[in-house]
Design a protein. Structure first.
Length: 131
């Protein structure tokens, strides 16, 4: 399956997200663990529901990663965890290397929460216009 709509999370269960965060924490000498304020439960539920739903557009994947970052499911490196995921998945987009690099940069900034709101709206609109 190719294009912008597919089962992006089929091979990426929540356990993989935990492993990515654990690796980032180990690399940064930070304590790995989950938060107890409800963010972990909300993020893991949102992630698994999206994964079980199957197909989703890349735009929805970017929004999901941003939402999970904001929920702060882990003690440290929440932004980095979800930025790593969205950036890795950009390599599967039906674009050449320059296009993938551009989407990777913008999507990473969006998930990290540093893309200005108007640019984020334009980016999501542009993504959604692609099949």
């Amino acid at each position: 399956m190719s294009g912008y709509e597919r089962g992006w999370l089929a091979g990426l269960p929540w356990e993989s997200v935990i492993a990515i965060n654990a690796a980032l924490c180990a690399e940064g000498n930070a304590q790995h663990g989950c938060t107890s304020e409800g963010g972990y439960e909300a993020a893991s539920t949102a992630w698994e529901n999206a994964r079980k739903a199957g197909r989703m557009h890349f735009a929805e994947l970017a929004v999901l990663c941003k939402e999970c970052h904001r929920l702060s499911p882990f003690l440290f490196y929440n932004g980095n965890t979800f930025v790593v995921i969205i950036r890795r998945l950009c390599s599967e987009l039906p674009l050449g290397a320059p296009g993938q690099a551009a989407v990777r940069q913008i999507a990473g900034h969006m998930v990290a929460g540093v893309l200005p709101p108007e640019e984020e709206r334009q980016f999501i609109r542009r993504l959604r216009s692609r099949k």
